[in-house]
Design a protein around this ligand. Structure first.
Ligand SMILES: O=C(O)C[C@H](Nc1ncnc2c1ncn2[C@@H]1O[C@H](COP(=O)(O)O)[C@@H](O)[C@H]1O)C(=O)O
Length: 431
């Protein structure tokens, strides 16, 4: 994982030390289950817990010889626990330990993500309410469309992140399964009762039908969900980047005291954080593809998925955690230029009110086609001149016959476009 984007507590979850500690926890849950079922003597688990140490160097040293990481770990622990090594890893295959430990890590990582995502939602809700009645231009195809509220734009982000909270909860549930079912998943050398007990100590459920491994559709679902959350953050980042373009300048991402925009051009404040978020989201999508390919393993398993997971589990969870924390800071501290938003609404000299004029002419008895022709005629003149759309309409003989000056002026009222904003917000307040 790139150190630059690794933050605690997520990064602490993925150290070698933490990984071996999880393996040991799984092994100890199994000996405890055997003990409870009366298969092995009482006290074994306690003694192993006291004598076993996580010695990363030792495990790595043994692995140089065995070329098998779990065998190296089992041997290493075995060398510390004497006679009790007879009961350690009894009836297990490596992936009983690996997959169950993976699930522990992914659930833990999911909870860290969930907590940060909920904080992000709180900030989005607060910012959405702050700008609930702030008019801004709505753009479609990048072209000015009709006025709307900036708070509504942020409420859309909030709404999406709330859906993401639910998706993440579902994804955590998807990977809350372990397996202690032996070499091909049929419990030949370890009874289902041991699995049931051991996994219950660990807070996991037994995989209903495992092979040597937990099926990888669970992990693919998890990784895909993380990429969807990242894409939602990317959507926000791309919007802010557009709004920070010099010609627009309605929003600026936070610019720190002492920060430099450009090595060459001292005047610049660049949206580098949102650009970084955009790039990281691309990486998040890149983790999904190999995770989907991991689903189709040979027969009861092959180990082609293992190398992939050494990257994607730590990197995807850490990258997304960095993205959520960073996006929260951007939205919390972004500069919103309400004056500029007003000015930009006027950039097209009233054209953004064209649909209201169209509807008014229809209300006065014209067909839609007749009304459209009149409005478009005047709109096209406005595009190509310095004159306001309203002035052209006031001069138009056909318009004059149907609509008074007062009636026309009323159509250019921004508050008309914000009249249902409170209602849209209320939908969330009721939840
Ligand atoms: O309980 C068993 O081990 C059963 C065995 N299956 C295995 N299950 C889990 N790990 C295994 C297995 N086989 C190899 N290895 C070791 O996995 C490591 C794979 O390394 P990498 O591809 O770099 O992720 C690397 O350290 C490999 O040595 C089987 O024959 O079905």
């Amino acid at each position: 994982m790139v150190e630059r984007y690794s933050l605690s507590p997520m990064k602490d979850l993925w150290t070698e030390e933490a990984k071996y500690r999880r393996w040991l926890e799984v092994e100890l849950a199994v000996t405890r289950a055997y003990e409870e079922l009366g298969t092995i003597p009482k006290g074994v688990t306690e003694r192993i817990r006291n004598n076993a140490k996580i010695d990363v160097e030792l495990f790595k040293k043994i692995e140089e010889r065995t070329n098998h990481d779990v065998v190296a770990f089992v041997e290493g622990i075995g060398s510390m626990i004497g006679e009790d090594s007879r009961f350690f890893h009894y009836g297990l295959t490596s992936s009983d330990v690996l997959d169950t430990a993976n699930s522990l890590a992914l659930v833990e990582a999911g909870k860290i993500l969930l907590e940060s995502l909920k904080e992000f939602c709180d900030v989005l809700w607060e910012v959405a309410n702050r700008y609930k009645h702030t008019p801004t231009i709505g753009r479609t195809h990048g072209v000015h469309a009709e006025p709307t509220s900036f708070g509504l734009k942020v409420l859309g982000w909030y709404s999406e992140m709330k859906r993401n909270v639910q998706r993440l909860e579902r994804a955590i549930e998807e990977v809350s399964y372990g397996k202690i079912s032996g070499a091909v998943g049929n419990y030949a050398n370890v009874p289902p009762e041991v699995e049931e007990k051991a996994l219950s100590y660990l807070g996991l459920k037994p995989e209903p039908v495992s092979t040597q491994v937990v099926p990888r559709d669970r992990h693919a679902f998890y990784l895909s969900t993380l990429a969807i959350v990242a894409a939602g953050i990317e959507r926000i980042a791309v919007e802010i980047r557009h709004l920070q373009r010099t010609e627009v300048l309605e929003v600026e991402e936070p610019f720190r005291e002492g920060q430099r925009g450009s090595s060459a051009m001292p005047h610049k404040k660049n949206p580098i954080t949102c650009e970084r978020l955009t790039g990281l989201s691309r990486m998040m999508r890149a983790y999904v593809d190999p995770s989907l390919e991991n689903i189709a393993l040979w027969h009861e398993r092959d180990i082609s998925h293992s190398s992939v997971e050494r990257y994607v589990f730590p990197d995807a969870t850490q990258t997304l955690y960095y993205m959520i924390v960073t996006a929260t800071n951007v939205v919390r501290n972004m500069k919103v230029n309400e004056e500029r938003m007003k000015k930009n609404i006027d950039l097209t000299k009233g054209l953004v009110f064209s649909q209201r004029v169209l509807l008014k002419l229809i209300e006065k008895g014209l067909t839609r086609k007749e009304a459209y022709d009149i409005v478009q005629r005047n709109a096209l003149k406005t595009w190509n001149s310095e004159k306001h759309f309203l002035e052209y309409l006031l001069e138009d003989e056909e318009v004059k016959k149907l609509v008074t000056k007062e009636e026309l002026e009323e159509l250019f009222d921004i508050s008309y476009y914000l009249k249902h904003v409170d209602h849209i917000f209320e939908r969330f307040e009721k939840e």
